[in-house]
Design a protein around this ligand. Sequence first.
Ligand code: ADP
Ligand code: MG
Length: 254
Amino acid sequence: MSRKDLLLDIQDLQVSIENNIILENFNLKVKKGEIHAIMGTNGSGKSTFSKVIAGHPAYSILKGNILFNEKSILEISPEERSHLGIFLAFQYPIEIPGVSNEDFLRLSYNAKQRFFNKPELDPIQFLQIVTEKMKLVNMSPSFLNRNVNEGFSGGEKKRNEILQMILLNPDICILDETDSGLDIDALKIISKGINNFMNQDKGIILITHYQRLLDYINPKYVHVMQKGKIIKTGSLELAKELEKKGYQQLFETS
Ligand code: ADP
Ligand code: MG
């Protein structure tokens, strides 16, 4: 496989927040067409990793590099990273009172269009596109008129994140516990949305605690994080083993 197939290349990353080192010796390569799952105990640094890739300003990168399509993104703003094709679905999607979901989605969509000197869509054109995409995640058009995530149930917020992802059509997606708190039907809908979205040019990183999600979405690699780094990489078998034995037992016996 040529280097051109490498989407994301995280090299020896060391990251701190308020003088606490959270990630250390963190390495990960994601090629086009690959789905990776990241598992790990609470507080191992999974959400930190996802926010650092998206460019959250609270974190300091003390060492290492993040290459996206062979270029370092360390000096690139979160907005530009998003336009370039990096997407993060938040573990805790934020509510934005006073902003309708429809406006929010259209403004995000048009910001990306503008960045690439492409024509922006007017509200009527956009409505047509967004209602089509909403069908892919079983969302009723009534969610367009409501404020972003305000009063949405946990599952509705997660579906709204996937809708954003489908609309913005990024190349690399990090989904931070998108499956947490979903009932089985919602889990199936979200998984279907993700599987339909995935293709040979994209990469997906699924952060999850549950092997359940991996019954629907098949990752090529499963990584386990502990204390800010990946300590083990395997196949789907590793997730199954973790589910059976738990982290403690797995690492005592291995
Ligand atoms: P995970 O998503 O794997 O559960 P997080 O990335 O959310 O873990 O958190 C990793 C560690 O970073 C935790 O121990 C958390 O308490 C710590 N952390 C997060 N934010 C801060 C902060 N502002 N100051 C100090 N420690 C923090
Ligand atoms: Mg987390």
